[in-house]
Design a protein around this ligand. Structure first.
Ligand code: PMP
Ligand code: GLU
Length: 389
């Protein structure tokens, strides 16, 4: 068959592929531990599930407005008010089928063919493909493990091109766990605004931070709404990845354009999930805090173990639920990169990790600590044993 040229620009999502691989091995009865998972291990809180069941019983099962029901758009505004003291109106919010669709909408609405997009690297695996699909070129801004995978304006200065139109800033970061401080975010956003570079801030892990309060670029949106969009969603904070709930906060005109696009592509997010999302955003955040504490404990357990691995450089993550060790010191001609390390670990330790290649860092591997303490420690010990036998 002859497929469209655009399909040559993208690969399958590596993170989803590795999740699927781990599930497949388990289904085949093979005793593997997956540290490839990109989702919280906790169940979706009960009060959220109850709201969805009620939506079904109430027959809230018909089409809704494309950007979502008004109460939910309002609930997103409450979120920004409550969390970041930022005042937004429902016209500034669109609900989407996951943060991924918020990103895709914004890229499609904002980019012209040939526009450059600054992308701090390591990056989340879907960014380059989404940028390319929207006609843009990812321009990588390298961040080394030696510098804790952090970038600052001097790195942006080195990477910027005359065609730079946008930046994707993801904090806390998947895969590195880097969580920028408010001052760091402020400096980078200011630098972009001065050069008329649109900021796409992916804050999907904003609630999962371990050193201090959540940080957002939303205060900059309040000052310059036409220069920035904030993407977030409920997959991580409320453990709802399968429900597909994302949202964008942006200028009302950008929201209108996103609605136009989404109205032709997918319409609105699922009506039942909208009611569940409303219960989540307007309900108690105790469940979020409980999950955050579990992740914090596991991060510390995992860091304590990994810091005993000679040669491995693993900056301590400040957020999200991933570790991104740089395995360079252990690479050999037989095991030349992170992909080979993952293959070896699967064979020898029966642990699934995601190769750093998927995130633009081929010497690294990504492991998720979104598993029980026992599973995590057992997997890490097996990995150490395999790597240093
Ligand atoms: N951004 C980042 C950095 C992510 O890790 C994810 C998780 N897949 C997403 C966006 C999208 O999440 P979702 O579509 O489930 O809301
Ligand atoms: N964000 C998760 C990950 O990076 C989920 C998978 C995906 O949506 O790509 O593993």
């Amino acid at each position: 068959m002859n497929f469209a040229e655009r399909m040559k620009k993208i690969k399958p999502s590596a993170t989803l592929a590795f999740n699927a691989k781990a599930l497949e091995l388990k289904a085949a009865g093979i005793d593997v531990t997956s540290l490839a998972v990109g989702e919280p291990d906790a169940p979706t809180p009960l009060h959220i599930c109850e709201a969805a069941k009620k939506a079904i019983d109430d027959n809230f099962t018909k089409y809704t407005a494309v950007p979502g029901i008004m109460e939910l758009r309002q609930a997103v505004c409450h979120y920004f008010q409550r969390q970041y003291n930022v005042s937004a109106k429902p016209e500034n919010v669109i609900l989407t089928t996951g943060g991924k669709q918020s990103l895709a909408n914004t890229l499609f609405v904002m980019l012209n063919d040939g526009d450059d997009v600054l992308l701090p690297c390591p990056y989340w695996t879907s960014y380059p493909d989404l940028i390319r699909l929207a006609g843009g070129n990812p321009v990588l801004v390298p961040a080394s493990s030696a510098k804790g995978f952090r970038i600052d304006v001097s790195d942006l200065e080195k990477a910027v091109t005359p065609k730079t139109r946008m930046i994707i800033l993801n904090s806390p970061s998947n895969p590195t766990g880097v969580a920028y401080t408010q001052e760091e975010v402020d400096a980078m956003v200011k630098w972009c605004f001065e050069r008329d570079i649109f900021v796409l801030a992916d804050e999907i892990y904003d609630q999962l931070v371990y050193d201090g309060a959540p940080v957002s670029a939303a205060c900059w949106w309040e000052k310059n709404p036409e220069k920035i969009a904030i993407v977030n969603g409920l997959s991580k904070a409320f453990s709802m990845p399968g429900w597909r709930v994302g949202y964008t906060l942006a200028h009302a005109d950008l929201i209108k354009q996103s609605s136009k696009l989404q109205g032709q592509m997918t319409s609105h997010m699922c009506s039942i999930a909208q009611k569940a999302a409303l219960a989540a955003l307007d309900g108690s955040y105790d469940c979020v805090e409980e999950m955050r504490r579990d992740f914090l404990r596991r991060r510390d357990l995992a860091m304590a173990e990994i810091s005993t691995w000679p040669g491995v450089v693993c900056p301590k993550p400040g957020g999200a639920f991933y570790l991104f060790p740089d395995m360079s010191a252990l690479l050999t001609p037989e095991m030349p990169d992170g992909t080979a390390v993952c293959t070896y670990l699967l064979e020898k330790a029966r642990v699934v990790c995601v190769p750093g290649e998927a995130f633009g860092a081929p010497n690294c591997i990504r492991l998720s600590y979104s598993v029980s303490d026992e599973t995590l420690m057992d997997a890490l010990r097996r990995m150490k044993e395999a790597l240093y036998h």
